[in-house]
Unconditional design. Structure first.
Length: 311
């Protein structure tokens, strides 16, 4: 099947935070920090990556580029022949900071592939698309949240990926902060121990139950207790200069709780919406800049899947 090619496509995909403490490698939350990709007819066969701006300027340009890989994977999986394409990208999402830059790139490529292959852009991504994203990313949190929006809980099963979408109370506000220092997933995973005490391993499912109910109810105490983690945060937090002080500063500024976003080095706080500007400022002030100043942002939860539009 030949892929159809409208003259000019655009997709805007949200970044994400993942884990949220005890939801290690399964829980994701789509956030209003965006990757925008435009797709044009190319002069030659194959896919060419054109101008990239914002944080996308640091992306690899060749075969290692996840946007290109995902577009090719989606077209191949849907049996569509590859047209000549040029892609241009602008991203607000910091790279290698635990805010889903890789997951957003994968999601954007797969969303474009769906439309190019003739699928209805008003239909949510199907199970096959979610599975391809999981295979590319290796864990079903960031890419799943970017593809579906909202709060997602992904569990790989023998029969395939099972995704549940979880309600988040509208009163909950979210603040982010990140230093200039990057922290790759590989480096962050290398800090994790090979084994944990049984007491720590058994505590995390309890905290996840509190967190999910706290998200649903907007309950401050449940969120405060539910964001606590023993599986990865204690081992990763020392890799973030000023990280522990920033989490404490967030709580003092009015957050219900705060933790590492994904594998870091960004931090995420949950709390009442009217306190989030102060929380973001407090986290930024506490982080060790390590060169360039730390940055912060108040964000919203992005609900609903990304729409590819024809321009």
């Amino acid at each position: 099947m030949s892929a159809a090619l409208p003259p000019h496509l655009q997709v805007r995909v949200p970044g994400s935070t993942s884990n949220l403490g005890p939801g290690f490698d399964c829980l994701g939350l789509a956030l209003s920090i965006y990757l925008t990709v435009e797709c044009f007819p190319g002069e030659d066969e194959g896919i060419e990556l054109g101008p990239c701006t914002g944080t996308a300027k640091s992306w690899p340009k060749g075969a290692d580029n996840l946007l290109l890989q995902a577009l090719r994977r989606g077209l191949q999986g849907m049996g569509a022949s590859l047209p000549g394409l040029e892609l241009r990208a602008h991203s607000e999402i910091p790279v290698a900071h635990g805010l889903g830059s890789s997951g957003a790139a994968i999601a954007a490529g797969l969303c474009l592939a769906r439309v190019l292959a003739g699928e209805d852009p008003e239909q949510a991504p199907g199970q096959d698309v979610l599975q391809w994203a999981l295979e590319m990313e290796g864990h079903p949190d960031n890419s799943t949240a970017s593809l579906l929006g909202g709060c997602t809980l992904g569990v790989p099963l023998a029969t395939g990926l099972r995704v549940m979408q979880h309600e988040v109370h509208p009163s909950i506000g979210i603040a982010l902060a990140w230093p200039s220092t990057c922290l790759t997933t590989a480096a962050s995973r290398s800090a994790l121990p090979d084994a944990l005490p049984h007491a720590d391993a058994s505590e995390n499912p309890r905290r996840l139950a509190l967190l999910l109910e706290g998200l649903r109810e907007g309950d401050a105490q449940l969120l405060r207790e539910g964001l606590l983690d023993r599986l990865h945060v204690p081992y990763r937090l020392p890799l973030i200069p000023g990280g522990e002080a920033a989490l404490e500063a967030a709580r003092e500024a009015g957050a219900y709780g705060a933790t590492i976003s994904g594998s870091g080095s960004a931090l995420v706080s949950l709390g009442p919406k009217d306190r989030m500007e102060a929380v973001a400022e407090a986290m930024v002030a506490a982080l060790d800049p390590g060169g360039a100043p730390a940055e912060g942002k108040v964000v919203e939860i992005v609900r609903g899947f990304p729409r590819v539009t024809v321009l």
